[in-house]
Design a binder for this molecule. Structure first.
Ligand SMILES: [Zn+2]
Length: 294
C-alpha cells in the first residue's frame, strides 16, 4: 500500500459527513501533516469538536511513525492556540543509539512551533505519554494547564500526569519553549540554505546552555529548518537536526533526498551540535554538513 492509500485508509473511522472533506485534504499533493485553522473550523462545522477531531486524527498521525526497532507506532495531534492542528509521530533512527529517538509528542510540538505557533492547548496521543515526554511538555507555556487526550479516557491535565514537577522556574528561567525572544545571531549572506539555518538558530530555545543553534536541510523539493529546543532537565532536549528531520518527514519528503546541510551555532556556545549531527547525516546518506559559528 503506498503512503497516500495508507493515510486515506486511516481515516475510515471518521463519520460519513466528515470523511469526504478530510480525505480530500489529506489526498492533496502538498498535504504536510497539518490542518489550518480554517480547515479545522470547516471540519467542526460538519459536526465534530476539537477533542473528537484530535482523537479521530490519531490513526493518521500513526501512519507517519518510523519504528523499525520497536514496531510501536505512536501518533500525536496538537491543537494550537490559533486553532490549527499539527500531527506528529515517533521516529527511531537506527543505527543511532536509542537516545536519538524522537517521540511523537516532541514531533507534534516541534511541528507546531515551526509553523510560527506560540502555544498548544490540547494534545492527543495514541499511548500514555512516557516520562521523557511529560518532562519535554513541561517546558511549554502554561504547561500545567495543557490538556492531554489519552485513548478511551477522559482528558487529563499535564499537571496530573507530572505532579511535583521540575520545570524552568526551578532554574529561575522565565522563558518557555515556543515563546522565547529570538537570538541576535546575524550574518550577511545571499545563500538561501545558510539564511534558513541562521533563521532557525535565531528562533531556537536554549535558556540553559545559552548555545542557540539551527540547521537547514536541502532536498530536491524544498529547504527545511530545524531549531534546537532545550529542556530544563537537559536530556529530553531536541537537537536541531532531530527537529529538521521531523519537518522533512511530515512534509512527505524523504531523508534519502537530502543533498545539503548547514548548521549554524553561536560563537559563544558552551555545547555543540556538530559531532552528533555529522554522525547522523553521514548515516542517512553521506551528507556533508557545513558548519558556521556566528
Ligand atoms: Zn515519549
Amino acid at each position: 500500500m503506498n503512503k497516500i492509500s495508507k493515510r486515506l485508509a486511516s481515516l475510515e473511522q471518521f463519520p460519513d459527513q466528515l470523511q469526504t472533506l478530510i480525505k480530500s485534504l489529506v489526498a492533496q499533493q502538498n498535504f504536510s501533516g497539518y490542518f489550518s485553522a480554517d480547515q479545522v473550523k470547516q471540519l467542526c462545522q460538519l459536526g465534530t469538536n476539537h477533542q473528537q477531531l484530535l482523537r479521530l486524527l490519531i490513526p493518521l498521525a500513526q501512519t507517519y511513525s518510523i519504528a523499525p526497532l520497536s514496531e510501536f507506532y505512536v501518533g500525536a495531534a496538537a491543537l494550537s492556540a490559533s486553532g490549527a492542528i499539527y500531527l506528529g509521530a515517533n521516529m527511531e533512527l537506527p543505527p543511532q543509539n536509542l537516545g536519538q529517538t524522537i517521540h511523537a509528542e516532541q514531533s507534534a510540538i516541534s511541528h507546531t512551533w515551526h509553523h510560527g505557533e506560540s502555544s498548544i492547548t490540547l494534545l492527543a496521543v495514541s499511548a500514555t505519554p512516557c516520562g521523557h515526554c511529560r518532562q519535554f511538555m513541561n517546558e511549554l507555556p502554561q504547561a500545567n494547564q495543557l490538556e492531554i487526550l489519552l485513548p478511551d479516557q477522559q482528558s487529563i491535565q499535564l499537571s496530573q500526569l507530572l505532579p511535583h514537577s521540575f520545570g524552568p522556574s526551578d532554574l529561575a528561567v522565565a522563558d518557555r519553549l515556543m515563546k522565547s525572544a529570538p537570538y541576535a545571531l546575524n550574518k550577511s549572506t545571499s545563500d538561501p540554505l545558510l539564511n534558513a539555518a541562521i533563521n532557525a538558530a535565531q528562533q531556537s530555545y536554549s535558556p540553559y546552555s545559552n548555545s542557540p543553534s539551527g540547521i537547514a536541510l536541502k532536498t530536491k523539493r524544498a529547504i527545511y529548518q530545524g531549531r534546537y529546543a532545550e529542556n530544563c532537565a537537559y536530556n529530553p532536549s531536541l537537537s536541531p537536526l532531530q527537529s529538521a528531520l521531523i519537518a522533512v518527514h511530515l512534509a512527505n519528503d524523504n531523508f534519502c533526498d537530502i543533498t545539503e546541510a548547514v548548521l549554524v551555532e553561536s560563537k559563544s556556545r558552551q555545547i555543540s551540535q556538530l559531532a552528533i549531527s555529522q554522525n547522523i547525516l553521514s548515516e542517512l546518506g553521506d551528507i556533508d554538513l557545513i558548519h558556521y559559528a556566528i
